[in-house]
Design a binder for this molecule. Sequence first.
Ligand SMILES: [Zn+2]
Length: 147
Amino acid sequence: MTDRCPTVFDEPLLSGYLDRELTQAETQRVRLHLEDCPSCRALLADLAGVRAASRATPFRPPPDDQWDERPRTAASFLARRVGWTLVVAWLAAVAAYALWQLATAPEGLGVKLAVFSIVAGPVLLFLSVLFDRLRTLRTDRYRRVLK
Ligand SMILES: [Zn+2]
């Protein structure tokens, strides 16, 4: 009794069988062969063991530069910085103008408070997002490494 397998069952095929990547016909062929071929069953068991071992290794996250939001090039960094500056400057100008209009408007205090709260809501929401964003940038532990 030899443990050499007469059939050409190469590792990719068994590997595909393990991963259920074969066609139905191929799967059937492998299964039938495995039923009476101890050597291929052993090989399959080996492969399965390797699979289980590699699945058991801790998940390794991809390098950070693949999923963080940090700009990758000088151009995109500049564009983002200018973009944020413009947004903040524009918002500050609009807010200042609105406050000035409000302060000099002839309406009563009640109306002024109502208008102010309508304007202040979205502005505060925006500011909270902005502050979070800035804090994320500051606490990004990889920034220092990359500098
Ligand atoms: Zn075999």
